[in-house]
Design a protein around this ligand. Structure first.
Ligand SMILES: *[C@@H]1O[C@H](CO)[C@@H](O)[C@H](O)[C@H]1NC(C)=O
Ligand SMILES: *[C@@H]1O[C@H](CO)[C@@H](O)[C@H](O)[C@H]1NC(C)=O
Ligand SMILES: *[C@@H]1O[C@H](CO)[C@@H](O)[C@H](O)[C@H]1NC(C)=O
Ligand SMILES: *[C@@H]1O[C@H](CO)[C@@H](O)[C@H](O)[C@H]1NC(C)=O
Ligand SMILES: *[C@@H]1O[C@H](CO)[C@@H](O)[C@H](O)[C@H]1NC(C)=O
Ligand SMILES: *[C@@H]1O[C@H](CO)[C@@H](O)[C@H](O)[C@H]1NC(C)=O
Ligand SMILES: *[C@@H]1O[C@H](CO)[C@@H](O)[C@H](O)[C@H]1NC(C)=O
Ligand SMILES: *[C@@H]1O[C@H](CO)[C@@H](O)[C@H](O)[C@H]1NC(C)=O
Ligand SMILES: *[C@@H]1O[C@H](CO)[C@@H](O)[C@H](O)[C@H]1NC(C)=O
Ligand SMILES: *[C@@H]1O[C@H](CO)[C@@H](O)[C@H](O)[C@H]1NC(C)=O
Ligand SMILES: *[C@@H]1O[C@H](CO)[C@@H](O)[C@H](O)[C@H]1NC(C)=O
Ligand SMILES: *[C@@H]1O[C@H](CO)[C@@H](O)[C@H](O)[C@H]1NC(C)=O
Length: 630
């Protein structure tokens, strides 16, 4: 849609707001009872009404609903029983009371001279003071939903369980879990954001979500409802759902049904915490709804009736000292977002990613992304959120008390043949291969250009001598090495897949960034963002999707890429436990005799096959108790 048009519709919207909505008055002293769901305070033409709605056998909510019974505001997320009531007290406050007479929610407007309340045809419930000024309104105190003509500003927040949605001063929209983990954000063009004075997020009634600001010549569009500008007498609204996704819905007047039209997080499994702590989110053949499960039978559901509450170990790690091992989860990733990014992300190869976690007391799980970035997430016990997808190159490990009891294969390993997954798999493969090619090219270039004759090189690599096993088993970094790496070292060690050459991991490489960016955009469903900006206004996104899909189908599937293998460690230090100190001592003594990384025997990271579970167990116990072999 050209900016002029959106500007025009916004102007029309403002006019609508200013001149058309009429409101119905609610007198002080009025009361609604949960026992009578038919009673309501309705807007003049009945588009919205305040009433109790029932959601469960004994769960009643005081809500504003759209015609047909679709709630768009709730006084409280806490339900009351069938004896609950909702009062507009003569003191001027709105109060939700449960069957025992306890106050569940209050508008806190006592002694503010409220003389009446009103509900208008836009869905706004307002408490009016003398002179008809608004003292409190539901639009200014949203719960989990924004309707057209509601202004969502920077001081407001949508909340749903542990999830929240906010608009920042920069125009950046964020979804947070537990008020800390930012698992989704959508920012404006940086040349615009610094100038914003009072950004407002609005959903136009035709289904366009946009940000307006006095400094902006026109509204900046964030998302289109898939049915935008279609139909009549349809309410579109934006809701933060209990599953942590932000969605646009549409509802035809009187139907009482809603249809999903847009979701901020395209893949529900990537909503942080969706399956609870240690829960693994995946999809199965039968439904498009995500399924929550546990990593293995070493775990059980916290609540057998609600798989979204997460999993717990049947035997805690503390209860099996020495026999902890790492359960391998192929195609699985543990999510890591800011602020965890600063403390849980490391550059290590796949074996080191597993072993570092095994020997670190504060680590409960790890993920080797294996997507060409060389990144490894080491998860701490606070909260671990994971998802599994056959197209995902990542491999994850979870610390469990041996022996490993894998899930019956049907559950977690079901391959999903739906087109979208195949498409995604191709994108991943293409991105990984492209990234590897770029890295290999760079490796050669950088080697000759800057590093080949550097005398520094040999000396430094000795500092990063690796713990190594004669058997060719995986290699371990010591605490000191990890710590040293926090001082921003950019030296190299380890080796490429092909053998002895050293190369530098160069995450700043533009092309690699681009591939990642393109993949992320694709994953977010923002295909439009990948297309040349100059064309973006004109392209038919469905056509682009089809073209990508067809183009991909014609190529022969390449063999699965080998795990990216290198040993450079960077990023902040881990929190080490006493367990780890023991190992680092061991590692240090072992490293004294270890050959320099440029010799072939030290180049085993990720190249050698993974040890079997048995071997791994033995490895772990010898690592943890070097003086007390099994
Ligand atoms: C109710 O009023 C609103 C605002 O004036 C208007 O948009 C809507 O079409 C009306 N609905 C009916 C059924 O009259
Ligand atoms: C509520 O309305 C429905 C139909 O509109 C009716 O069947 C029912 O008896 C009403 N209940 C009460 C308590 O008035
Ligand atoms: C009402 O709320 C109070 C306080 O939260 C609680 O103790 C009481 O059990 C509730 N009563 C009912 C009937 O839900
Ligand atoms: C309420 O009204 C009284 C008398 O008109 C006035 O003195 C007082 O400031 C008002 N309070 C508020 C919060 O407006
Ligand atoms: C509101 O104004 C009316 C007259 O204008 C007055 O009688 C009434 O006491 C006022 N109420 C409050 C709460 O100030
Ligand atoms: C929303 O903002 C517009 C423009 O700033 C304003 O005209 C309108 O009254 C506001 N709507 C509400 C319900 O506050
Ligand atoms: C959520 O945040 C609170 C307070 O910030 C913290 O105490 C709590 O541990 C967090 N919950 C989880 C599961 O991380
Ligand atoms: C936040 O936005 C930036 C820039 O668009 C992006 O790189 C980053 O991945 C986003 N973070 C999340 C958690 O979506
Ligand atoms: C958006 O805000 C979040 C939270 O402050 C921040 O982590 C993220 O980097 C921001 N995104 C951009 C592109 O600025
Ligand atoms: C940001 O906005 C400016 C001016 O509106 C435009 O020239 C520029 O291309 C935009 N940049 C991006 C990355 O969209
Ligand atoms: C933002 O402000 C700077 C100076 O304050 C100005 O040069 C720039 O053009 C402004 N950008 C926009 C998009 O208005
Ligand atoms: C697939 O998921 C549905 C729920 O979406 C579940 O009821 C069903 O049991 C699952 N099937 C398998 C084979 O896991």
């Amino acid at each position: 849609m050209p900016p002029e048009t959106s500007q025009l519709s916004l102007t029309l919207l403002s006019l609508t707001l200013l001149f058309i909505f009429s409101s119905a008055t609610i007198r002080l002293g009025s009361t609604l009872y949960a026992s009578n769901l038919n009673a309501s305070w309705s807007s003049p033409n009945g588009t919205f009404s305040v009433s109790f709605i029932q959601d469960g056998p004994s769960a009643y909510f005081a809500a504003i609903s759209y015609a047909g019974g679709v709630p768009v505001w709730k006084a409280s997320q806490r339900a009351v029983d069938s004896s609950g009531s909702f009062h507009l007290l003569s003191s001027g406050t709105l109060r939700l009371v449960n069957g025992s007479g306890a106050t569940v929610w209050d508008s806190s407007t006592e002694n503010r001279n409220v003389s009446s309340a009103s509900i208008d045809d836009s869905g706004n419930l307002v408490l009016l003071g003398n002179n008809s000024v608004s003292v409190w309104s539901s639009f200014d105190n949203p719960s989990d939903t924004i309707v057209p003509s509601q202004n969502f500003t920077t001081r407001k927040v949508l909340e749903s369980g542990k999830y929240s949605f906010t608009l920042l001063q920069s125009g950046n929209l964020t979804l947070k879990w537990n008020n800390s983990i930012i698992y989704w954000n959508n920012s404006l063009n940086s040349s615009i954001e610094s100038n914003l004075t009072s950004p407002v997020l609005r959903l136009q009634s035709i289904g366009i979500l946009s940000i307006v600001d006095p400094t902006l010549p026109s509204a900046v569009i964030v998302a289109y409802s898939s049915d935008y500008a279609e139909g009549s007498d349809i309410l579109r609204f934006l809701r933060l759902d209990t599953d942590g996704n932000l969605r646009i819905y549409s509802s035809a007047r009187g139907s009482g049904t809603t249809t999903k039209r847009w979701a901020a997080v395209t893949d529900q499994c990537q909503v942080f915490g969706y399956c609870g702590n240690m829960g693994i989110c995946s999809y199965n053949d039968t439904g498009s709804d995500p399924v929550c499960g546990c990593p293995s039978q070493n775990f059980e559901l916290v609540d057998a009736n609600d798989s979204k509450q997460g999993c717990k170990r049947k035997v805690e790690i503390e209860d099996c000292p020495g026999s902890a091992t790492m359960l391998e989860l192929p195609h699985t990733k543990f999510l890591t977002f800011a602020p965890e990014l600063t403390s849980q992300v490391f550059f290590v190869g796949i074996s080191a990613c597993r072993l570092n976690c095994l020997v670190t007391g504060s680590c409960v799980a790890s993920t080797s992304l294996s997507d060409g970035t060389g990144l490894c997430y080491l998860k701490t016990p606070d909260f671990v959120s994971g998802f599994e997808n056959p197209a995902l190159p990542s491999t994850s490990y979870v610390k469990v008390c041996g022996p490993v009891l894998p899930n019956p294969s049907s559950n977690m390993q079901v391959l999903d043949d739906r087109k979208s997954w195949r498409l995604r798999a191709w994108i991943v493969v293409v991105v990984v291969v492209a990234t590897l090619l770029v890295l290999v090219a760079l490796e050669g270039g950088l080697w000759y250009w800057c590093c080949r004759n550097s005398p520094k090189f040999g000396g430094l690599s000795a500092q990063y001598a690796l713990l190594e096993y004669a058997s060719g088993a995986p290699v371990q970094f010591s605490y000191k090495e990890l710590e040293r790496s926090t001082k921003g070292f950019k030296e190299k060690l380890g080796a490429g897949v092909s053998g002895r050459r050293n190369f530098e991991v160069s995450p700043e490489t533009n092309r690699k960034k681009f591939s990642l960016w393109a993949y992320e955009e694709f994953e977010k469903g923002n295909v439009k963002g990948i297309v040349d900006k100059r064309l973006a206004e004109d392209v038919d996104i469905e056509q682009v999707m089809r073209a990508i899909q067809e183009g991909i189908m014609e190529i022969e599937r390449p063999p699965a890429p080998k795990a990216f293998t290198e040993g450079s460690v960077s990023g902040p230090s881990m929190n080490m436990s006493s367990n780890f100190s023991a190992v680092s001592t061991f590692a240090a003594s072992a490293s004294a005799s270890a050959p320099a990384p440029s010799s072939s025997s030290s180049l085993q990271i990720g190249v050698s096959p993974l040890p079997s579970d048995r071997n791994l167990e033995r490895t772990s116990s010898s690592l943890l108790r070097p003086s007390n072999p099994n």
